[in-house]
Design a protein around this ligand. Structure first.
Ligand code: EPU
Length: 356
């Protein structure tokens, strides 16, 4: 049950204006639907409100956590602190020239809504349609699909830095984007709250259909922007479970980058093994879904948790699943893939709501 804050054990001066709630279940807000409850929760409508909320939490010695769209997190059962989420949803054109337009989007906008809206301004985001989550979460894990990573479109990210209490504009280089990685998962973890993201979109539509299943759909003529979005949506819907129907957080592991020799040993054992070149010489990116399938986990369920029967990289949870079960099953998969292939998988979604 959600209730507005009434406790007298805390400093209540000015808290009404902070607009937060006490004892809030986050289960429905996180797409893996694990049982989770936060001591305090607020959806902020301005950066001033965010700053005030953080100051208040500090005064109460409460931990402070920022939730995005809840589609890439593993929440702990009880979050002893204040969880905040952006409720800011403005979309503003900052500048444009003959070739491109720079659009600044608030963190609270739903990612797929922004992809659809972006067609009014320019192009480049079409391949990233239907990825669950919010605009503010997109840079954190550098979301990517079908040959495009969001980092390619980001010009800057505006953050509120908790440790300094100041706003800061970070260039794409400062964000240190990598494969499913950024400075927001590393040095600035727990410190930078992403408030706005600026996207440089192209006025001219140049479809990226390098991903084989997309190319196969457009052999005769190139797609329009809407047709490309429709194709991406239908590929996702055919392979990936809809989080509104089956609880999941998308890919549960990163695709591992291994030494060429490790890949060759595996290649000698199987007729064909998916592998993709990466920038680093002597390294190959393997498909975690393939490794997990070969390790016998595709469609396999243990307790309330299993791996999807269409895409072995996606962990799915049934009602009643707990965080411990999810961690246990994923540890078993890591161990099985390690034993069978000598490759170490790394979990992609992050633990949420634990200070340790
Ligand atoms: N594969 C299998 N068995 C499976 C799943 C995949 O053999 O159960 C093989 C496929 O046949 C293919 C290869 O693995 O040869 C790659 O599969 P797919 O194209 O489906 O992509 P992926 O590498 O499994 C990545 C992203 C997805 C993204 C797709 C498409 C990561 C961790 N995942 O998956 O991102 O949609 O590429 O670009 O990089 C996400 O991050 O949540 C996500 C869904």
């Amino acid at each position: 049950m959600q209730s507005t804050f009434t406790s007298s054990s805390f400093d209540e001066s000015g808290i009404q204006s902070l607009g937060f709630q006490r004892d809030v279940y986050l289960t429905a807000q996180c797409t893996l639907k694990l049982p989770s409850r936060a001591a305090y929760f607020s959806r902020f409508q301005s950066i001033q409100q965010l700053a005030d909320l953080h100051r208040w939490a500090e005064r109460q010695s409460l931990s402070f956590f920022v939730l995005g769209g809840g589609s890439n997190v593993l929440p702990v059962p009880y979050i002893e602190g204040l969880v905040v989420q952006s409720g800011m949803t403005a979309i503003t054109v900052l500048e444009q020239d003959a070739d491109s337009v720079l659009v600044v989007v608030d963190a609270g906008v739903v990612w797929h809504d922004w992809v659809l809206a972006s067609l009014e301004y320019g192009h480049g985001l079409e391949n990233l349609a239907l990825i669950p989550g919010s605009v503010g979460a997109a840079p954190v894990q550098n979301i990517g699909a079908y040959g495009v990573e969001v980092a390619e479109l980001i010009e800057f990210v505006d953050v509120y830095q908790l440790s300094t209490g100041t706003q800061r504009r970070m260039t794409a280089a400062e964000c240190q984007f990598g494969y499913r990685d950024s400075v927001f998962k590393q040095a600035l973890l727990g410190d930078a709250v992403i408030c706005r993201v600026a996207f440089r979109l192209k006025k001219q539509f140049q479809p990226n259909i390098e991903y084989a299943p997309l190319k196969a759909q457009f052999t005769e003529k190139l797609p329009t922007p809407s047709a490309l979005i429709d194709a991406v949506v239908s590929i996702r819907q055919s392979k990936l479970p809809d989080p509104a129907v089956i609880a999941n957080v998308g890919s549960f592991f990163k695709n591992p980058v291994v030494d060429q020799e490790v890949y060759t040993v595996i290649l000698n054992r199987f007729e064909s093994v998916p592998g993709y070149p990466v920038d680093e010489p002597g390294k190959i990116k393997m498909a975690a879904g393939w490794l997990i399938e070969k390790a016998g986990w595709k469609g396999r369920v243990s307790g309330h948790v299993g791996m999807h029967d269409q895409q072995a990289l996606v962990l799915v949870a049934q009602q009643g699943a707990t965080l411990d079960e999810v961690l246990d099953v994923s540890d078993q998969i890591i161990a099985d893939v390690q034993t069978m292939f000598g490759v170490t998988l790394e979990r992609e979604p992050q633990l949420f709501g634990s200070s340790s």
